[in-house]
Unconditional design. Structure first.
Length: 198
């Protein structure tokens, strides 16, 4: 079995359906990724016991949903996606009550009293934000912004996932990123005001 690829193991498992041989195939498949998935879970949870529970949940979820694996990507990619989604959901629920409120991103990027011009621009905000992040932020700042605002991950969990060891963790990067984006938007607005005044 060790010489078979992940995809070949899954194909044989699907042919067998059930029984000791099928169980052995699945056991081999999950054994290959047990330590990696457990490590991923530990990096997010920061606790060995929680990580072990999360890893077990991930493998259970993967096994139950193995039929949804179509082979468009590698099995490892699919499994890590299951692990990522499960761990992020768990982190959100565990850390949500401990997080301090942070002003929503749209409040930084959109004037609280929008003009008609601002209203039109708001439709392009998402693309604008991506471009601004690419140009103005460091890689870590961008990753923190994406995990916090797009993945709804609490700052404590973002700190763990990215392995940030500074005193303030992800919050420091979030503040820095917001400061940079706010400065860029103020400069842009000032240029637009000067252009309109001509």
């Amino acid at each position: 079995m060790a010489d078979l690829s992940d995809e070949e193991l899954i194909a044989q498992y699907r042919i067998l359906g059930s029984g000791p041989k099928a169980d052995a195939l699945i056991g081999e498949l999950f054994q290959r990724y047990q330590s990696k998935v457990a490590l991923w879970c530990f990096r997010i949870s920061g606790q060995r016991e929680t990580a072990a529970d999360l890893a077990q949940d991930v493998f259970l979820k993967a096994f139950r949903n193995l039929d949804s694996f179509r082979g468009d990507a590698r099995f490892s990619t699919w499994l890590y996606s299951v692990a990522r989604n499960h761990c992020f959901s768990d982190a959100k629920s565990r850390f949500a009550h401990t997080e301090q409120a942070v002003e929503p991103l749209e409040n930084v990027l959109v004037d609280p009293q929008p003009s008609p011009h601002d209203t039109v621009e708001k439709e392009n905000t998402e693309a604008d934000v991506r471009e601004l992040m690419r140009k103005e932020l460091t890689e870590t700042e961008s990753r923190v912004m994406v995990l916090f605002y797009c993945e709804d991950m609490p700052l404590h969990a973002v700190t763990k996932v990215l392995g940030l060891e500074n005193a303030s963790g992800a919050k420091a990067y979030l503040i820095s990123a917001r400061r940079k984006l706010t400065a860029v938007l103020r400069r842009r607005k000032a240029r637009e005001s000067r252009t309109e005044g001509r």
